[in-house]
Design a protein around this ligand. Structure first.
Ligand code: TK8
Length: 339
C-alpha cells in the first residue's frame, strides 16, 4: 500500500477559521471545510483554476462550503497529496496523471509520447469514454475523479544545447516525473533521465544535479526555469493532463446536493482553467524569449524521428496498459482529427 508519511506543516493547520458569509444555502448543504493543494504557483493557470473552483463552491453553497487553497506544494508534491486524500487528511488535489501510473497503469495512455497533435484531440479523449473509464478506476483506490484539467504539451529546457534532433538528447541529465514510461522514453532518446518530485526541480537545475527538465510553457515561466536554463526546445513530446481528485473518505460523507456542487464547480472551473492555460501557453513563449531564453522550434520531420526512436517504448507500454484501451484512444483521436 501507499505510505502515509508525515503530512507536513500546512496540513493540520485549522488556523483559517473564516466565518461563512450569510447567504441562502441550498437544502442538504452543511458547513464544510475543503483543503485544496497543488504543486504549482498561484499565478499559474492551475492556480487560477482552483481560485475559480473556490469562488464557485462558495457561491453555489451560499458560503457554507469553505475552500482553502494551498499553492506551490506547501502541502507536498502530487504523490504525497494524493496519499493524504486517500488517508482522509486532505480533501482535494489536482495532480498530473503521470505519477498515478504506479497505482493505475491505464493512466499511462497519457504518457505515451507523440500521440496527440492538438489540445482539441486531447480534450476529446479526456472528456469522452476513455477519460471516463479511467476516472472509474479511482474509487477503489480511495479517490474520486471529477474532471480533467489541462497541464498540456511538454517542452524541453536544458543547459547544454538546443535540442532539434534525437541525437541532441545524448547525455543530457534530465529530470522526469515519477513515471516509468517517461523514464524509458528519454532513455531511448539517449538522455540520462532521473525521476524527481516537482518541488525539487528548480534547485536541482540551479545546483546542476540535472541539466534539464520538461514541462509546459506556462510552468517553465511561472517557476522561472528561465533563470537557470538557457535553452528551450519546443519538442511538444507528450501531452499530460491534470485530474481533479477528491478524497473518497470526504466524498462519501457528503450529501448528494454537496456532491453536485463539487462536481459542477470542478467541471466549470476546469473549462475556465483550460482557456486560461491555452492563452498563457501562447503568450509564455514570447515572455521566455524576452527573458533571454534561446528558443528553437522542432520541425515535423525531426519530431517524426524522435517518435521513431521511442516507438519500441510506445509498443512495450501499449501492451502493458492494454491494447484495447490504447486502440480505443487512437480511434477517438482519429475521430477528433476529422472534425
Ligand atoms: C505540479 C506537477 C507538474 C508536473 C511535473 O505538481 O511534475 O513536472 O508537470 O505540473 O503536477
Amino acid at each position: 500500500g501507499l505510505l502515509l508519511m508525515g503530512c507536513g506543516g500546512g496540513n493540520g493547520g485549522g488556523s483559517a477559521t473564516t466565518n461563512a458569509p450569510k447567504g441562502d444555502a441550498p437544502a442538504g448543504v452543511q458547513e464544510r471545510k475543503i483543503k485544496v493543494g497543488i504543486g504549482l504557483n498561484e499565478d499559474h493557470p492551475e492556480g487560477q483554476g482552483i481560485k475559480k473552483f473556490k469562488e464557485l463552491v462558495e457561491q453555489k453553497s451560499g458560503g457554507k462550503m469553505q475552500v482553502q487553497n494551498f499553492f506551490s506544494a506547501t502541502l507536498g508534491d502530487d504523490q504525497k497529496m494524493t496519499e493524504a486524500l486517500q488517508g482522509g487528511l486532505q480533501e482535494v488535489t489536482v495532480p498530473s496523471t503521470s505519477p498515478l501510473v504506479g497505482m493505475i497503469k491505464e493512466y499511462g495512455v497519457f504518457d505515451l509520447p507523440f500521440v496527440f497533435n492538438t489540445e482539441q484531440e486531447a480534450h476529446a479523449v479526456l472528456d469522452g469514454p476513455v477519460g471516463q473509464k479511467l476516472l472509474d478506476k479511482l474509487p477503489e483506490h480511495g479517490l474520486i475523479g471529477l474532471a480533467y484539467w489541462e497541464n498540456g504539451f511538454r517542452n524541453l529546457t536544458n543547459s547544454k544545447r538546443p535540442v532539434n534532433t534525437p541525437q541532441d538528447f545524448q547525455g543530457i541529465k534530465l529530470r522526469t516525473m515519477q513515471n516509468e514510461i517517461h523514464l524509458e522514453a528519454f532513455k531511448a532518446l539517449g538522455a540520462n533521465p532521473t525521476p524527481m518530485a516537482f518541488s525539487e526541480v528548480f534547485s536541482a537545475l540551479e545546483g546542476k544535479t540535472v541539466d534539464g527538465q520538461e514541462n509546459p510553457l506556462a510552468t517553465i515561466k511561472s517557476n522561472k526555469y528561465n533563470e537557470v536554463q538557457p535553452y528551450l526546445s519546443l519538442t511538444k513530446h507528450v501531452y499530460t493532463p491534470f485530474v481533479f481528485l477528491v478524497s473518497k473518505k470526504f466524498w462519501d460523507g457528503l450529501s448528494p446536493e454537496e456532491q453536485k456542487i463539487m462536481k459542477e464547480a470542478a467541471v466549470e472551473a476546469g473549462k475556465y482553467q483550460r482557456e486560461v492555460n491555452f492563452k498563457e501557453n501562447a503568450k509564455a513563449v514570447e515572455d521566455l524569449k524576452a527573458a533571454g531564453m534561446k528558443v528553437n522550434e522542432v520541425s515535423d520531420e525531426n519530431r517524426q524521428k524522435m517518435k521513431e526512436a521511442v516507438q519500441p517504448v510506445i509498443d512495450k507500454y501499449s501492451k502493458e496498459i492494454g491494447e484495447d484501451l490504447v486502440n480505443e484512444m487512437m480511434a477517438e483521436i482519429e475521430k477528433a482529427r476529422k472534425k
